[in-house]
Write a protein that binds this ligand. Structure first.
Ligand code: BV8
Length: 233
């Protein structure tokens, strides 16, 4: 690996778990307490927009009250030494608040709201979205989030970044949601993949290293190793 190598880090809810934000599928996860169909689908939005707004308003408050942890900071540290891209499935802004500058949100961002009629019409959102809050075009504001059954507009860009990665680091994701989970299939054959997770998902690639454990314990020393190896090239 040299300083011109590109490192892609694919993160999921697990990297924010130690910041106090619930994951989806762990014990006491979000999907244990909410029905995906009711709060994370367009049908749920049509049926009961207030329930959906309340769900995301509470998550936005939790995100704004949370702080980045050592794993988010380790991702940010990498960009001082390598061409680094963070591709996250998370809608929180903890990577950005930890200092990462090149973050690609596959499933949207909780700190933005958008028009219900024009997906390109976005407004910053750090408070609650209420029924009756309108976008500049006069439609009800909704969370800027990709729901199940909605297309993932950033997928093409994410695949292009992954195709040119010299190293892929997968942190804190069950790799259960598509097409995000299929990103691992876009690496060039033989590209080293490192999976960090207390319960690592299976990654079918030729060169996979699994580091079982929590993101904030396993990622910082791994990042220091990558940086130290630079000094020896
Ligand atoms: C689409 C909303 C088409 C934002 C989310 C049947 C088979 C396969 C696929 C499908 C199928 N039926 C339907 C589909 C497609 C569907 C899908 O994949 N469903 C799954 C459930 C099977 N996908 C879609 O609908 C996507 N769209 O396909 O559109 C299309 C095309 C063109 C035109 C129109 C339509 C849209 C998917 C996006 C859905 N939105 N979230 C929000 O509310 O946040 S997905 C949701 O799950 C989250 O956003 C998250 O990104 C995603 C993945 O979850 P993870 O991040 O991995 O979290 P999880 O809890 O699962 O795992 C946590 C991990 O962390 C665990 O491994 C755990 O061990 C680990 N961990 C815990 N603590 C720590 C830790 N790791 C490290 N340290 C710790 N301390």
């Amino acid at each position: 690996m040299s300083s011109t190598s590109k490192i892609v880090i694919l993160t999921g809810a697990g990297i924010s778990a130690e910041s106090g934000l619930k994951t989806f599928r762990d014990a006491d996860g979000l999907w244990e307490n909410y029905s995906i169909e009711d709060v994370a689908t367009p049908d749920g939005w049509q049926r009961n927009p207030k329930l959906v707004l309340d769900f995301y308003n509470q998550r936005r408050r939790d995100v704004l009250a949370a702080q980045p942890n050592a794993a988010h900071r380790a991702c940010a540290r990498l960009q001082d030494y390598f061409d680094t891209v963070v591709i996250t499935q998370n809608i929180d802004d903890l990577h950005e608040r930890a200092g990462s500058r090149n973050v690609l949100h596959l499933h949207g961002e909780i700190v933005k709201a958008r028009s219900s009629v024009d997906p390109d019409c976005l407004v910053p959102m750090t408070g609650d979205i209420q029924l009756g809050d309108k976008c500049p075009r006069g439609s009800q504001l909704r969370p800027h989030v990709v729901w199940f059954g909605e297309a993932v507009p950033m997928m093409e860009e994410a695949a292009a970044e992954t195709r040119t990665a010299s190293q892929l680091i997968v942190v804190g994701t069950s790799l259960r949601v598509y097409p995000a989970a299929s990103l691992v299939e876009f690496i060039r054959p033989g590209t080293p993949v490192t999976v960090i997770d207390p319960a690592p998902a299976m990654v079918s690639a030729r060169n996979v290293t699994t580091l079982p454990g929590k993101a904030s314990e396993m990622l910082p020393p791994f990042v220091e190793k990558l940086i130290a190896a630079l000094g020896r090239t």
